[in-house]
Design a protein around this ligand. Sequence first.
Ligand code: GLU
Length: 322
Amino acid sequence: MSVALFTLGGTISVTGGARLTGADLTAAVPGLADLPVPLEIQDVEAMPSANLTLAKMLDVVDAASKAISNGATGIVVTQGTDTLEETAFLVDQVWPHSQPFVLTGAMRNPTLAGPDGPANLLAAARVACSPAARDLGAVVVFNDQIHAARWVRKTHSTSTATFASPNAGPIGQLVEGQVRILARPSRQDGVPGRAEPSDLEAARVALYTVTLDDDGVLLAGLADTHQGLIVAGYGVGHVPAVLAPVLGELAERIPVVLTSRTGSGSVLRNTYRSPGSESDLLARGLIAGGFLDPYKARVLLRLLLATGEGRDEINAAFAQHH
Ligand code: GLU
């Protein structure tokens, strides 16, 4: 029995010189020795998280699955925080095990006063070996809070309290080193099937954020180059009226998912009626993204397209988030 630790770089590993390895990271956390099970370290690659890809993360999921088959009680991944909300959501869609898959990192690198990496790593390892954290899918453990992958957001560029779940709050906390689960969301259906790297490459999904006085010129010809589109609309899912027919035509050719650019809350489906409103856009064939923010919606649509799911399955997958 062990906790399998996979390291992927990020601020937690950044020093003036070479990046810290898993052995360096764990050596800086004395409390790890008191865990009920040892950590087994696999250094995957040390990189800025901006360079992570869906294919790379799916490789990590495969390696983590192997570790579970070999008896690991849970998984910890350390990586950069910039893309952590997207990688955590991706993992949550494909993680089939009841053992916890925990992602963490740091906002202050180890050369700064009060680095948060060691505390986050210890908290993550505690969650990974806690029976209370089973059947939660992928979680982000940061700043002594436990966040469900489906809700977590990076909300601040520098704060150590950057990770938050604006729609639901954290599902748990660490109190005196003990894992306390406060809310246990039921698991949703993940994406069945295996997304191969070549299928992911071929599943190009654009993200378009609507802005004031938007002419939509960037959208012209998008269906020739992309297989899907996420629209980050105003508020409850609105766009300027001039964009409505453009998006409707795109939705006839590729899945177009409507999300909100606000950062929290759900898009609506049936409240406003004017051209460019949510009900107008849905009538034109757009898919409501519910509570999913644009970034998570993009991960989900890419996965669905890469695994060959059709319109009905895509609709059903997003409907889970209403
Ligand atoms: N915050 C950055 C990230 O998300 C750190 C960049 C780095 O590791 O060089 O990865």
